[in-house]
Write a protein that binds this ligand. Structure first.
Ligand code: FNR
Length: 383
């Protein structure tokens, strides 16, 4: 087993272990992947201000996100098909998050169902909803999330229609995978993954099978999404869903100051500055670049979270210093899960926690709440 010291180590291991179709699904962005790339590379443009001779004992990364205590302000983002990266993937990731003291968010498009995850965890998790045309499905899903004790609804707004990802179309992505000579050949080289998957008793797409018309286990994801997802979603509908839910609400996929103001009007407890990990509007600016504008606009009135491109504790620190209250990781935890199951997700979180803690100290800060623009050197014109 190689020594894991950074997220990239998990990424390399993950790539070796998981079939190409699911690796590509995780690793790609839409169209030219410009936004996907810049989500990562824009973090590098921001530099840190080193401070010395500051008492660095008794540091703390603990904080709160929408009132919930967190060991560090890093939640696991909703990621569809997590259970195809590793059998029981959503359950294992939720357990790892629980052990690390951070929130887990279950995607509508998960393999393990809401009930599966609730049965195998003891703390409440967050549920992410995609709005479907079928209102009965939406109502029933909200009811299931409530019954399972989910203590926040993460409503994703940036996927009314699907941004095209070339690799998924070329690979014929589906869950379970369609058996073609190429996919069979590729899966045969991933013995560990195959043995692990062979043990799963889960149905595919535990949240949607049987609840929305036309969902077949082997349906092609992009055409299914086009049929089911509600292209008419507007702020009135968002408000109706918020009212139906009645609990804590996080609106995800905000990348514009005007949209951030609208999110406030429908009563969001937090917004997530996000471009869906560069998987939707290719050409949009990176999340970290858009963050300051949105913080200026609504930061004094609501909690701002962000995701996109976070691969280290240094990235987390930069987002917090620019005004985010919390962050989410998507790919960084999937690398860990595909590489080593639950242990891999725990390792990813621990790598990031240590990096955040040490970087904070070297910036001369003892507490994540003390981080601010004074810790950063942001290039002119960054935003
Ligand atoms: C996602 N994301 C996502 N978001 C969401 O609201 N529901 C979902 O089902 C999914 N599915 C999904 C699958 C995969 C493979 C990825 C990589 C991402 C977006 C996700 O929640 C988050 O916004 C990004 O992953 C953040 O970017 P990083 O951390 O992956 O760079």
């Amino acid at each position: 087993m190689p020594v894991i010291t950074e997220i990239e180590d998990l990424h390399r291991l993950y790539r070796r272990r998981v079939p190409k179709m699911f690796y590509d699904y995780c690793q790609s962005g839409s169209w030219t992947e410009q936004t996907y790339r810049e989500n990562e590379t824009d973090f590098d443009l921001i530099r840190l201000r080193q401070r010395v001779a500051v008492d660095m004992e008794n540091r703390s990364t603990a904080s709160t996100m929408i009132g919930r205590d967190v060991a560090m302000p890093v939640a696991l983002a909703p990621v569809g098909l997590t259970g195809m990266q590793h059998a029981d993937g959503e359950i294992l990731a939720a357990q790892a998050a629980e052990a690390a003291g951070v929130p887990f968010t279950l995607s509508t498009m998960s393999i393990c169902s809401i009930e599966d995850v609730a049965e195998h965890t003891s703390k409440p998790f967050w549920f992410q909803l995609y709005v479907m045309r079928d209102e009965k499905f939406v109502d029933a899903t909200l009811e299931r999330a409530r019954a399972a004790g989910c203590d926040a609804l993460v409503l994703t707004l940036d996927l009314q229609i699907l941004g095209q990802r070339h690799k998924d179309l070329k690979n014929g992505l589906s869950a379970p995978p369609k058996l073609t000579p190429a996919s069979i050949a590729n899966m045969m080289t991933k013995v560990r993954w195959g043995l692990n998957m062979a043990q799963t008793k889960r149905r595919f797409f535990g949240n949607i099978v049987g609840h929305a018309d036309g969902v077949g286990d082997a349906s092609s994801l992009s055409s299914w999404t086009a049929e089911q997802f509600d292209p008419r979603l507007d702020w009135d509908k968002v408000k109706r869903i918020a009212d139906k839910w009645g609990g804590k609400l996080i609106l995800k996929g905000i990348l514009d100051a005007e949209d951030a103001r609208m999110a406030l009007q429908v009563g969001a407890d937090a917004i997530v500055v996000s471009n869906h990990g560069g998987r939707q509007l290719d050409g949009a600016l990176s999340s970290i670049r858009m963050l300051p504008e949105i913080v200026d606009e609504v930061g004094s009135r609501t909690e701002i979270h962000m995701d996109g491109g976070i691969r280290s504790g240094q990235d987390v620190l930069k987002a917090l210093a620019l005004g985010a209250r919390g962050t989410y990781i998507g790919r960084a935890f999937i690398y860990g899960l595909g590489a080593m199951g639950r242990k891999g997700v725990e390792t990813a979180l621990e790598v990031i926690r240590k990096e955040l803690d040490t970087t904070m100290a070297l910036c001369g800060e003892k507490n994540v709440h003390d981080l601010g623009p004074n810790n950063l050197l942001v290039p002119k014109g960054f935003r």
